[in-house]
Design a protein around this ligand. Structure first.
Ligand SMILES: [Zn+2]
Length: 264
């Protein structure tokens, strides 16, 4: 809850976030395509694609200093993207097994590492200080972010049936449990959506930690995790990508399944 009130202040501009990735690269000696791979778990939303493409481009420039040849550059670009509604790796639904294909093909036999970036996204409209929406590229009016989370929350509040689609249905059930546990009711400021998004991410964390521990053990790889909220903000004329990342969790699991470092 402490995090929730200062979430905007504690968030990083994308450039700063990428600098953080650079430090991680140096601290853990990550050489993607050689001893490591990067996994991004985020929403299917087209704007999340824009943000992850930006991060991928930045990663490419961060890593290209030591890899001038084209074959390495292409390998670096091969980030494994796991697109899930809300960016949520749902408890009892998604398992480490779905991440094995990414990790299995790391060329190194020893000192293997995987960097996992996991973001749940939410819009923030600074014009009216409302959470849950923002003005997208090419639009004049704000629209929902995350659209899937908000559509499902509306159905939950109205007591309507959840969608038949498996993924949306399971996400809907999960969000209903979060809304009930934290007694989240609709409010005009959009703080309900902020609460729902924040707790949906946080409640998910013990599950993802456990799944990443299993991945580390099975694939004999170290896992570095960085996760939190992607805050999508209004797009102006400049075309500059001004979204923000609030890193809420950062931990490291070694290949024996032991968590070594844990910090926000
Ligand atoms: Zn979404």
């Amino acid at each position: 809850m402490k995090d929730l009130k200062k979430i905007l202040d504690m968030s990083d501009e994308l450039d700063h976030f990428c600098q953080r990735l650079k430090l991680i690269k140096e601290n853990y000696n990550l050489m993607p395509g050689e001893n490591s791979i990067i996994i991004i778990i985020n929403c299917l939303d087209d704007h999340c694609t824009i943000v992850s493409s930006y991060i991928k481009r930045e990663l490419q420039s961060l890593f290209s200093t030591s890899h001038k040849d084209a074959s390495k550059t292409i390998t670096v670009d091969a980030v494994y993207e796991k697109r899930l509604f809300g960016g949520l790796f749902l408890p009892e639904v998604k398992t480490y097994e779905s991440l094995i294909p990414a990790v299995h093909h790391i060329p190194a036999k020893k000192d293997r590492k995987v960097l996992v970036l996991n973001f749940t996204h939410i819009g923030y409209n600074a014009k009216n200080r409302k959470w849950g929406n923002f003005i997208r590229y090419g639009h004049k009016e704000p629209s929902h972010s995350c659209g899937a989370v908000q559509m499902l929350f509306k159905r939950i509040i109205e007591g309507r049936e959840l969608p038949a689609d498996h993924d949306l249905n399971r996400l809907g059930s999960y969000l209903a449990s979060i809304a009930k546990k934290y007694n989240i009711k609709p409010v005009k400021s959009g703080k309900d959506i902020l609460q729902l998004t924040y707790y949906a991410y946080k409640e998910n964390l013990p599950w993802i930690k456990d799944q990443l521990r299993l991945l580390a053990l099975e694939e004999k790889t170290d896992v570095i995790y960085l996760g939190g909220l992607e805050i999508d903000v209004n797009k102006g004329e400049s075309g500059v990508l001004n979204d923000r990342i609030a890193v809420l969790d950062n931990f490291y699991i070694n290949s024996k399944g032991v968590r070594m470092v844990e910090e926000a």
